[in-house]
Structure formats: structure tokens, C-alpha cells
Design a protein around this ligand. Sequence first.
Ligand code: ARG
Length: 273
Amino acid sequence: MSMLGHIPRTAVLAVAVLAMGMAGCAKEDTGGTTASGVPLIKTGSLTTCTHLPYAPFQSKDASGKVVGFDVALIDLVAVKLGVTQAIVDTPFEGIKSGADLNSGKCDVAAAGMTITDERKKVLDFSDPYFDATQALAVNTGSQVKGLDQLVGKRLGVQGGTTGEDYIKAQVAEKKLDIEVVSYKDLAALQQALATNQVEAAVNDLPVWNEYIKANPGKVAVAAGFDTGEQYGFAVKKGNAELLKAVNEAIAAARADGTYDKIYATWIGEKPAA
Ligand code: ARG
């Protein structure tokens, strides 16, 4: 017979449940506010939502650490707030819809994300921090030079992105018989191109430039689409305190040369202004 034999079973259970509940409470972090008045979902961290991989803006290095252009810029915001950046990898859909920020999954979104009017309705964007266009990538040796040569063929895009929207609009407008195939992330899109599941693939130009650097001789940019996009970091609608800190960090980095250094590290030669 156990030592608890004489204690009613329900009492033991109640104490156990209570203890578990208390342990849960003790661990739960409801966040707080930094000395400068910026609310954060976790004390001591600036939690960033992103969608991996998206080199050179965010991807894992050999040790598994998430690094890149966006990561370096948001690190500046974290330093300014006196906290450290913690990165959460999550599908792009929840980032661009505002769902992740609204549900408190993260404080800021940094995902090579283009500022669009549609997204502005559900997110508050920082000042633009990067200019981008779309590009059509093909396997080396391909004769494809543009959308016209893709009629009757498959063209890959990344789901939920501006590249997907742009291509779907072009295909509809020009009544092109192209099968547009959406992939869930950049890695899947690049894999589809490498294995000839698609004849060509569209994504942001800097991403293709990075891929070509990492995989020399495999892929080439066949055409560019000057979509005139600008990337912005995003916060939950109404989070003016954090937005201000983000904008100040970007402005300071632009003013003191840090932005240029980060650009040189992750992107390369800066285009003439
Ligand atoms: N710039 C494009 C957009 O905003 C693609 C962004 C994809 N980013 C990512 N981290 N997966 O739609």
C-alpha cells in the first residue's frame, strides 16, 4: 500500500493539478515594456517573424544560426532597445496577413517583404529599407528569354509573394497559356527549377543573384521585371512605439554608414544612386 493510501485520490489530483498550473504560470512570459517605452511580447527579446530561407535577407548559416541583411538591420533595433533579437520561422502567409503580429507570435516582421497597399491595410510598415524588382530565372543553357517563350510550359513562383501576384496578373492580361505553379517557399521553388519541374522561376532579383553566387553556373537571370518594389519591416497595426524605434534605427544606420556596410556584406556592390 502506498503512503498516500489514506488521502482521498481527488485531493492528490487537485494538488497535482494546482502545482502544474502554478508551474505554468511561473514560466509564462507576458512580456513587458523597455525603458524607452516599447512594448515587447517577451522580456529581454525583440521577437522577429520571418519565413526561411530567403537569402541574402534571412537564411541559416552552417551552424544553423539565422543571418542576413534583414537580421543585421533588426539587430540594430534590438541593440537600440537593449534586448536581443529572437527569430521565429513561420509561413509567409501569416506574416503578410498580420495574423502573426496580431496574435503576439512576434513583435516585428522582417522577411524581405514588399510594402504594398493591400498589406498596409493589415500591417504598419517601416520606412522602406531596400529596393527590389522581380526576375525570371532559368537553368543555364535554356533558350527562354521572357514570358512569351513560356507558353505551353510551367513557370514556378513562390506562394503569397508579390512575384506570384505579378506573374498571375501578366499571364491574365496578356492571355498567355502558361501554367503557373506556386511553391511554399524559396527552397522548394529553387529545387523545382533545378530538377526541371518548371521551365523557369520568378522571384525577387537579389534572391536570384545570391543563388547564382552560391551555385555558380547552374542558373541565369533571363529577364527582369521592373516592379519598383520596396521592402519594409512591419509591426502590428498601431504599435507606434516599436515602429518609431525601427525607423530611427534604419535612419541612424543610413546616416552613419552602418547601412552601407551591411549592404556590402550581404548584397554586394551598391547600385549607383
Ligand atoms: N518580396 C516578396 C514579397 O513581399 C517576397 C518575400 C518573401 N520573403 C520570404 N522571407 N519568404 O512578396
